[in-house]
Design a protein around this ligand. Sequence first.
Ligand SMILES: Cc1cc2nc3c(=O)[nH]c(=O)nc-3n(C[C@H](O)[C@H](O)[C@H](O)COP(=O)(O)OP(=O)(O)OC[C@H]3O[C@@H](n4cnc5c(N)ncnc54)[C@H](O)[C@@H]3O)c2cc1C
Length: 357
Amino acid sequence: METNYETIVIGGGVVGSGIAYHLSEQYKEGVLVLDKKYPMSGTSGSTQAWVWVHNKTPSWYAEFNMYSAELYPYLSKKIGDVEYKRTGGLSPFFNESDREKAQKLAESYRKIGIKIKVLSREEVLEKEPYMNPEVAGATYSSIDGNVNPFRLIDMYMRAAKRNGVRYSAYNKVTEIKKQDGKYLVFSDKGAFECKNLILAGGTWSREIGDMLGVKIPVNQLRGQILVSEPLKPFLNFTISGLRQANNGEVLMGYSMEEAGFNRATTLDVIQETANMAVRYVPGLRKAKIVRAFSGIRAMPEDGFPILGEVPGFENLYVAATHSGVTLSPLIGTLITELIIDGETSIPIDRYSLSRFG
Ligand SMILES: Cc1cc2nc3c(=O)[nH]c(=O)nc-3n(C[C@H](O)[C@H](O)[C@H](O)COP(=O)(O)OP(=O)(O)OC[C@H]3O[C@@H](n4cnc5c(N)ncnc54)[C@H](O)[C@@H]3O)c2cc1C
């Protein structure tokens, strides 16, 4: 394998592969993606994969997510069917007292062009007949949906490779040096040299940053998901808590726990998740659960993406975020703009690593 590349991406998950693909659309210089395992082995292979906008706060962050969700139909046209469905999103509430909060959210979003409706109990049940009839209402937005994360990464990789991007799997980066304006990247399978280096190591961003003395404050937050047997299609929307995939399986869960890199599943969270799912959709009580899995979120210290050039390091870029499935088309577009044009079409200053001081 060649050792000299214009750009190296460390991490081939949905974020790194999204960047590699978007870059390769316009950029014919050499791009190499290195992954210590394989591109779905990290968080991107253990996710709910909602393309989710509504009820993210503050509203400027929801707006950022909206831009990315808007790119999905175009992305599917370019790279192929990623099983993206703009189902619309429902966030149910069970107490009438939560209606006022929902209305405030809807009002704050209206100002930035995200349309949220606050639905009555009857309207929720009309849209989603299998929802618990005890529901008091829900916020509803048409922009939300979901995607098949495995197809998404696979299609990103296929399209990137067609455009000349090289992938090297099972190849851990162990050391990085900056020398004569270039980055030297040492890995299990040898040393590589590049002008642009992109750190897209997800939940391992902190340890990759350390190799250059750059503090990337990304923590781990475990999430556990239950998966049902395939059921006949019966859920119409992506519900904040569960969704039905194309093959009929229902994916349930949004738990968050501090457990470091431990990807075990635990009975207490499985039980809580099952209770949540049955409270939302009582019919799920009869469904067989066929598996549970857990994933480790890459959670920046303040919860927002860390994006852009690393202050003080020319041609070094970082992209680490939660909601990476929702945000990958936008992140891929913005990092490509930064590398090719030196500026982005929408401001990303507030996501700079510099905010951590
Ligand atoms: C339970 C759960 C539910 C979620 N639900 C959603 C959701 O509904 N919607 C949404 O948008 N997001 C969701 N997320 C978050 C989303 O899945 C992540 O933000 C996204 O997958 C992160 O992608 P990534 O490419 O940054 O990380 P990863 O997929 O982890 O990729 C990083 C890659 O870097 C590689 N790597 C690390 N260190 C090295 C090294 N030293 N050398 C070489 N390679 C290295 C790893 O092997 C890995 O493949 C969820 C996450 C979890 C855990």
